[in-house]
Design a protein around this ligand. Sequence first.
Ligand SMILES: NC(=O)c1ccc[n+]([C@@H]2O[C@H](COP(=O)([O-])OP(=O)(O)OC[C@H]3O[C@@H](n4cnc5c(N)ncnc54)[C@H](O)[C@@H]3O)[C@@H](O)[C@H]2O)c1
Length: 399
Amino acid sequence: MSAKKPSNPAPIGLGIAGLGMAGAVMVQAAAVHEGYMLKAAADPHAGPREAFARDFNARAYADVAELVADPAVEVVYVATPHQFHAPHAILAAERGKHVILEKPMALTLAECEAIIAAAERNKVQLIVGHTHAYDPAIRVMHKLIASGALGKLGMINSFNYTNFLYRPRRPEELDTSLGGGILFNQVPHQIDIARLLGGGLVKCVRAQANALDRPRPTEGSCVAFLQFENGAAASLVYSGHDHFDSDEWYDWINERGAPKEPAHGSARRALKQSKDEARARTETYAYGAASAGMPPHQPHFGQTIATCANGDLRTSANGLMQYDISGASEIKIERGEGMPGRREVLDDMGAALRYGRPPVHDGRWGKATVEVALAILQSAREQREIALHHQVPVPEERT
Ligand SMILES: NC(=O)c1ccc[n+]([C@@H]2O[C@H](COP(=O)([O-])OP(=O)(O)OC[C@H]3O[C@@H](n4cnc5c(N)ncnc54)[C@H](O)[C@@H]3O)[C@@H](O)[C@H]2O)c1
């Protein structure tokens, strides 16, 4: 839901750290969000920097330290590679900038704690987003479950098959010890969705994760069982092996909400042709490399199904499907202006800054999601159930 805007508030000055795939999508979202003005960006690569500076008549720095020193920048969106999330978020907070931090919040709980401490010390807002828990369909699903209209929540099922592991990657993205693989990059979306729908408090985790391809020696698929304090449970299934593509079960609508052509196995085939994978990574996804239109449908992260006593809810191309004693019905969600998913992240930061409305996805929420991801890894390695200790609930006023 968009935050109500006071009359003619000054747009918030936004700076983008990292003009890669995520940075490019947020630029697109912020460019059409009336509450924000793109002021500056930072990236070591000249290509995306020059494209950004030209498109927005804005400053583009080679170093994040220069970006966070820019007085016109009030909020910094950190979309640099995982290993830089903690240092860049802390750098921004220390310069008094509010921070929107991409998932995963960081690679360890200690890093998460250092980020939270820096934000509190400098009295800046911290939002860990985007994750697909911000998708309008997930937010409406959360409201419906929390309203009790469908009775007690029993379980959540999140299921996504993609080509993740076979997109061009830098070496560290294929090394779990450096934050590579699906547990740091993809499964946090599913954990965040499940935690929002299930109330936030995961009690324990049991999981299996697979590294099935020796040349890409990191987790490419996993199945995890999450038990919540309130008795609900979630199963998270993810595969990034580029064989089956579960968008086939989503009317061939992609993650962003745009129509796509069936392309099973095409990422593997393209990779076989590629001579310089790390270079292809930059050239394929960086800001300015490819222009994407505004997607016409709702974003999603595969199939999300919630089972309650009196009915099931499932995300769909244009909202939700509800299945109950009266049959199947569609809950249509207006697509609205801007970029669904990212728009809500920007709205939440705007609401925090203008009305002091605390975000659900704050530092402690982000840390709790990282704790679940780390527990999935640990459970898979040690083949046992892992208890959790840093979970936080969805704040009561949001339920
Ligand atoms: N929420 C989402 O849906 C979503 C989607 C994609 C990526 N992400 C997240 O965004 C982050 C970036 O992922 P990506 O896919 O955009 O990667 P990417 O490699 O496409 O982009 C990263 C960018 O950061 C730049 N960079 C590297 N080191 C830097 C530094 N020291 N200072 C400034 N810039 C630096 C790179 O040049 C590159 O342009 C990751 O943490 C990823 O998990 C989130």
